[in-house]
Design a protein around this ligand. Structure first.
Ligand code: PLP
Length: 417
C-alpha cells in the first residue's frame, strides 16, 4: 500500500478555492516593484513610478512598507534561531532557511490566515482548555470548531482517543497549543513524536500555536511539532511573549515546506495587511541578533533565559499562594503547569459558587481579576496570568484572598453579592 502524500506536500489539493484564487491571481504591482527594485540597484537611471507611498519629503520620519513576508534579515534570524532551538530533534536534521518563515502582524494574523487555508468549510479540532480567540478565527474562516481531548483522566497523552475523534468528526485541522494557554500544559519530545504519528495516521494538518514554546520551566528542551511532523504541522511564533513586544505586532509562521511560507502566505499577507510592522520587526531583529550570539556560542540566550527564569519564579510564588487558599492547579491532571504565563486554578471549596461567580466577586471586591474557566471550556476553575505579577502583587494576592475568605464565611451566598 502506498503511503499517502502528507497534506503540506500537496497544497494545491488542500487549499480552498478562495485561497487558491488569491494565490494564483496575477498581481502586477508587486511583480513590477520587485523587478524594478532589482534593476534600480544596478541602473540608477531607472525612474521608479510604481511605488504607492510618499517618499522624499522628510526622509527622517519615513517608515516605508516592507516585504509582505517580512524583512529578509529578520526572516533569516528567525530561521536560524528556530533551527538552533528546535532543529536536531524529531525529523528535521538540517537547518531551515529564511524561505521557511513568514513574518506577520502578530501570531493572531498567522493563525487567522492558517484557519483560512486549512479550516475554511472544514472541521477544526480545538483542545479542551483553549485560547478563546481560536473560535473567532475558525468562525471567520467559515470553519466549524469541535472540542477534542488531548489527555486522558490520568493526564497521559491519549493518542488513540485523539485519532479516533479526528476520524469520527472528520477533523481536517487540529490546533495544538503547547505550552498551553490557559493551563500551562507542555509536551515532551516523546509525546510530540506520538502526536506526529497521529497526524501521519489520520492525515490531519496540525496548526501548532507555539507562541510560548521557550517559556517552559521543567528543564526539557523546547519542542516544536514542525520538527516532528514536517509534512503535517505548521508552527506559529510571536515576539509578543518571549520577547516582551506585544505592541510591536510581530508574529511568524514556520513551515518545513517553503511553498507555504514563501509563496502562499506571501500572497495572503499582502492581501490581508500588505506587510507586518517594520518598526516592530527592527526591534525584534535587534533582540534576536543578541540572542543568536549566545546560541551560536552554545549558551542559553540571555534575554530569553532572564524572561523564562523570572516567569518560573512568578509561577512558583503564585502556586504557593494559591495552595495556601485551597486553589489547586487544574488542566493536565496531576501535572504542574510547566509553561506560558498562565495557570488554571480550582475555585476554592470555601467559596461555594461557580467559576463565573468567583471571577465576578473577586473582581468587584478588588481581590484579583481572573478569567472564568467556562470561557476556555474548563468550568470550575479560573485562569490567572502571572505575566505581570511581581512579588509584591503576589503578597497582596495572599492578603486579599485571606480577606475574601474571611468575608465569605460570614455570608450565606457569595454568588448573590
Ligand atoms: C495561545 C496564544 N496564541 C496567540 C496569541 C496572540 O499573540 P500575538 O500577540 O502574537 O498576536 C496569544 C495571545 O495572548 C496566545 O495566548
Amino acid at each position: 500500500m502506498s503511503t499517502p502524500v502528507p497534506p503540506l506536500d500537496d497544497l494545491h489539493a488542500l487549499l480552498p478555492d478562495t485561497v487558491r484564487r488569491v494565490v494564483e491571481r496575477e498581481t502586477p504591482i508587486p511583480t513590477i516593484a520587485e523587478r524594478a527594485k532589482a534593476l534600480a540597484a544596478a541602473h540608477p537611471e531607472l525612474v521608479r513610478a510604481d511605488i504607492g507611498q510618499i517618499a522624499g519629503v522628510d526622509a527622517s520620519i519615513e517608515v516605508l512598507y516592507g516585504p509582505p513576508v517580512g524583512l529578509e534579515p529578520l526572516r533569516a534570524a528567525l530561521a536560524e534561531t528556530w533551527s538552533r532551538v528546535f532543529g536536531g530533534s524529531g525529523e528535521i536534521s538540517s537547518p531551515i532557511g529564511a524561505r521557511n518563515v513568514t513574518v506577520c502582524s502578530g501570531a493572531a494574523e498567522g493563525l487567522s490566515l492558517l484557519f483560512r487555508c486549512f479550516g475554511s468549510g472544514r472541521v477544526v479540532g480545538l483542545p479542551r482548555g483553549h485560547w478563546e480567540n481560536y473560535l473567532n478565527g475558525v468562525d471567520l474562516a467559515g470553519g466549524r470548531s469541535v472540542i477534542v481531548e488531548f489527555f486522558d483522566a490520568r493526564g497521559a497523552l491519549d493518542a488513540e482517543g485523539l485519532a479516533r475523534r479526528i476520524r469520527e468528526e472528520k477533523i481536517a485541522a487540529l490546533v495544538a497549543n503547547f505550552p498551553c494557554n490557559p493551563t500551562g500544559a507542555v509536551l515532551d519530545h516523546e509525546e510530540a513524536a506520538r502526536l506526529a504519528a497521529v497526524a501521519r495516521d489520520t492525515g490531519v494538518v496540525i496548526i501548532a500555536d507555539e507562541v510560548y514554546a521557550r517559556l517552559r520551566y521543567d528543564g526539557v528542551a523546547p519542542v516544536s511539532l514542525v520538527a516532528h511532523a514536517p509534512g503535517h504541522a505548521v508552527a506559529i511564533g510571536s515576539a509578543s511573549k518571549e520577547y516582551l513586544l506585544p505592541g510591536a505586532r510581530v508574529g511568524y509562521v514556520v513551515s518545513a515546506r517553503a511553498q507555504l511560507t514563501d509563496i502562499v502566505l506571501r500572497r495572503l499577507v499582502r492581501a490581508n495587511t500588505a506587510s507586518p510592522n517594520v518598526l516592530g520587526q527592527q526591534r525584534l531583529l535587534d533582540l534576536l541578533q543578541r540572542d543568536l550570539v549566545d546560541l551560536r556560542a552554545g549558551r542559553d540566550a540571555a534575554l530569553l533565559g532572564r524572561v523564562r527564569d523570572e516567569m518560573r519564579r512568578r509561577r512558583d510564588a503564585l502556586v504557593t499562594v494559591l495552595a495556601r487558599h485551597g486553589m489547586e492547579p487544574v488542566g493536565r491532571a496531576h501535572r504542574k503547569p510547566e509553561g506560558t504565563i498562565f495557570l488554571m486554578a480550582s475555585v476554592p471549596a470555601w467559596f461555594r459558587g461557580s467559576d463565573e461567580d468567583f471571577a465576578k466577586t473577586a473582581l468587584e471586591r478588588c481581590i484579583v481579576s481572573v478569567i472564568p474557566g467556562a470561557a476556555f471550556g474548563l468550568p470550575g476553575a479560573v485562569r490567572l496570568s502571572y505575566g505581570t505579577m511581581t512579588p509584591p502583587d503576589c503578597e497582596r494576592l495572599d492578603t486579599n484572598l485571606t480577606r475574601l475568605q474571611a468575608s465569605i464565611v460570614t455570608e450565606p451566598s457569595p454568588a448573590a453579592s
